[in-house]
Design a protein. Structure first.
Lengths: 113, 112
């Protein structure tokens, strides 16, 4: 069974630029999560989808971050414009249903200069 | 309401035991444990649901004490492969805003 796929794996941008991350969850998984992990900290939930609907986005900085999950499968997370403090690893995870075992992708490591 | 993990770091020799604690200031509905190796994605270990049950597989087990609002992860006869950072994720309520909040992690190093 293929795992959660993410791309790109690494991205370096300058502040005020835009960036987008892509995630393809495990086939059949209804729930998709985006986490931000800053070095030395635990993952912090940004947004979670159930199929193509948003379940929770209370911790998503909506002035600069946006996410969508079209057709209930793939998802993209965008940052526009990026700030220095956005430097982190962005992890995508999926689970069969909400709050069941989460399977994480390899993450995208973002560096904002 | 981030859970507090202790200790922050622990170093042990192969074959020794370790306990990692995860405490919450709010009543817990479930606790999820993950291990993350350097530069890799977190990997699921186990979920404990409200009810105080203890779970385990191989030499890694966990308990969930509702009254104390905490969970403990037990690693017995540690192997080199157990090295990594352990995170607990807590779910406060089974209501509408179901989400996991992860602690800051416990870095475990197992030496030969």
């Amino acid at each position: 069974e293929a795992g959660v796929a993410q791309s790109p794996r690494y991205k370096i941008i300058e502040k005020r630029q835009s960036v987008a991350f892509w995630c393809n969850p495990i086939s059949g998984h209804a729930t998709l999560y985006w986490y931000q992990q800053i070095l030395g900290q635990g993952p912090k939930l940004l947004i979670q989808f159930q199929n193509n609907g948003v379940v929770d986005d209370s911790q998503l900085p909506k002035d600069r971050f946006s996410a969508e999950r079209l057709k209930g499968v793939d998802s993209t997370l965008k940052i526009q414009p990026a700030k220095l403090e956005d430097s982190a690893v962005y992890l995508c995870a999926s689970s069969l249903m909400l709050m069941e075992t989460q399977y994480f992708g390899p993450g995208t490591r973002l560096l904002v200069l | 309401q981030q859970p507090v993990q202790s200790p922050q770091a622990v170093i042990l020799r192969e074959g020794e035991d370790a306990v990692i604690n995860c405490s919450s200031s709010k009543a817990l509905y479930s606790v999820h444990w993950y291990r993350q190796k350097h530069g890799e994605a977190p990997v699921f270990l186990m979920i404990l649901l409200k009810g105080g049950e203890q779970k385990g597989h191989d030499k890694i087990s966990a308990s969930f004490n509702e009254k104390k609002q905490q969970s403990s992860l037990y690693l017995t006869a540690s192997q080199l492969s157990y090295s990594g950072t352990y995170f607990c994720g807590t779910e406060i309520s089974p209501g509408s805003a179901r989400q996991l909040t992860f602690g800051s992690g416990t870095q475990l190093t197992v030496l030969p």
